[in-house]
Ligand binder design. Structure first.
Ligand code: 0GY
Length: 303
């Protein structure tokens, strides 16, 4: 008998009718951080998951992409699917190559499995260090996986929280592949964007010239709340202006683990010109940088 999927009682579903953004994204813009969840009866959630989400399948993601005026998606494997990438692969293979992916793999993944993921459009693996989401993995195992995927030209996506950066700084800097950091390393936005905590993240980016950061998730980092997320703007803006060629933006749809409010994805698009204030910065953030990483074969500066 199939298990009945019951969403966690405190889970907020994604916005049913996001607003039409006032900001018109440039043609070719990429949502570089989003997820697909299930549907659970087709793609079961992982037994080791720490939460049970709502169903949020690929068709809903494509509809959101079109509604927001975006062109492409980078789908990141979420922890509720563990290392079972079937929902991700199904979405990629039915995307008309408008989606590429970041998978989660176990240390014993075979070369054949990696090559099938590559064929489907996977270009990175995610290492998650957020303790409420995953059990801790030994560093040597991660390095071995990183070495293998680097040979495929993939990068690593690291998800961690700011208080853990001092301890992980050297390990992260020594990884044998390029890195993309999720959500600016999750700063505490009640502190200054020019204070020692965020300075350390900026130093991490400066010391590692082939590393990228997503300037995503104001809805998750904010203390002040929606719809403007004013308290997160200075952090994202500092990164966009300091590392214009190494920042990515994404919706984070369908917004796992949001308990405070349901984000309006249209407003998340309207947030973009506040953190990337010129047409040139917007083009790098939304097109050049994600295309370099995920569709390098299509990427030609200025085309
Ligand atoms: C995010 C953030 C979260 C969850 C996950 O894989 C996940 O479960 O990424 C979170 O809870 O902060 O990036 O979507």
């Amino acid at each position: 008998m199939t298990e009945k999927i019951v969403m966690d009682p405190d889970w907020l579903e994604f916005h049913p009718e996001p607003s039409v953004p006032q900001f018109k994204v440039p043609e070719g813009a990429v949502d570089a951080h989003c997820h697909v969840f299930g549907p659970g009866d087709e793609f079961p959630f992982a037994p080791e998951r720490k939460y049970t989400p709502c169903n949020a399948g690929k068709d809903k993601l494509w509809a959101l992409r079109d509604h927001l005026g975006l062109t492409r998606n980078v789908i990141v494997q979420a922890t509720c699917h563990g290392a079972d990438n079937r929902a991700l692969v199904d979405a990629l293979c039915n995307s008309d190559d408008k989606a590429r992916g970041v998978a989660t793999v176990r240390a014993d993944v075979t070369d054949e499995e990696l090559s099938k993921l590559h064929e489907a459009g996977v270009r990175g693996v995610r290492f998650n260090f957020v303790k409420r989401l995953v059990d801790v993995l030994p560093h040597d195992t991660l390095v071995a996986t990183a070495e293998r995927v680097a040979q495929l030209g993939w990068h690593l996506v690291l998800y961690f929280e700011a208080p853990d950066l001092p301890e992980l700084f050297d390990f992260f800097s020594s990884l044998p592949a390029a890195v993309v950091v999720d959500h600016m390393g999750r700063p505490d936005v009640t502190r200054s964007e020019n204070g020692p905590d965020f300075d350390l993240f900026v130093k991490f980016m400066a010391d590692n010239p082939d590393y990228y950061s997503k300037v995503s998730c104001p809805e998750r980092l904010t203390v002040e709340g929606p719809p403007e997320y004013n308290d997160v703007v200075p952090f994202a803006r500092r990164l966009v202006e300091t590392f214009p060629d190494r920042v990515l933006w994404g919706t984070d749809w369908p917004h796992p683990n949001m308990k405070s409010h349901v984000p309006d994805d249209g407003k998340l698009v309207d947030y973009i010109p506040r953190i990337a204030t010129t047409v040139d910065l917007q083009r790098k953030l939304l097109i050049d940088n994600p295309m370099k990483l995920y569709w390098p074969e299509l990427y030609q500066r200025g085309s």
